[in-house]
Design a protein around this ligand. Sequence first.
Ligand code: GDP
Length: 194
Amino acid sequence: MHSHPVLELEATAFNKAQLIHPDAVQLALVGRSNVGKSSLVNALAGRKAMAKVSATPGKTRSVNYYRANPGDFYIVDLPGYGYAKCSKAEQEKWAAFLQYYLANTAGLRSMILLIDARLTPQKPDLALVSFARSVKLPILPVLTKADKCGKSEISARKKEWEAIVAGTPLIITSSSKRQGMAELWDAILQLVEG
Ligand code: GDP
């Protein structure tokens, strides 16, 4: 049996002033709005109704600090980006907030980038990859909703993303099928220990 840390929601921030500064490793969880981020947090935690799965994507805009125990590190769920129904100004505001967090968090070890398995690499994802590179932040790419794709589509994504994030294998997950959670936990623990 695979055992992993428990995740507990410790703090929520709606603006820069509310960001917390624990003396611990943080891993940022990022992705486009509706990518399946909340579902993944729940699947990782192994229980339901912890992160709120959105009925209205793009509405909840907060930074959620999940503390892992044991391990004493944080998985930090950041606001989704690229929600088409948000105004351009609103989108830019959140992009700036995300960049602020990524560039100014002392304990930040890596950015876990969630990617919808059905989509070829999208502009906002690629922009975030460039930004992470510019601040020398390692990226762990993770496919979500793999249950919605066939094998050939998954291997196409694998090729595309492994070319973009050279040297880092893509982790393939499905929250609804609980696929890839052990692999993702292993990668997370490696990042924290590394
Ligand atoms: P968030 O906006 O990134 O937090 O995304 P949510 O977790 O709220 O999920 C967005 C939508 O995708 C919801 O309707 C989920 O039920 C669905 N979803 C999330 N993960 C999966 C998955 O692994 N498989 C499938 N088929 N649907 C998923």
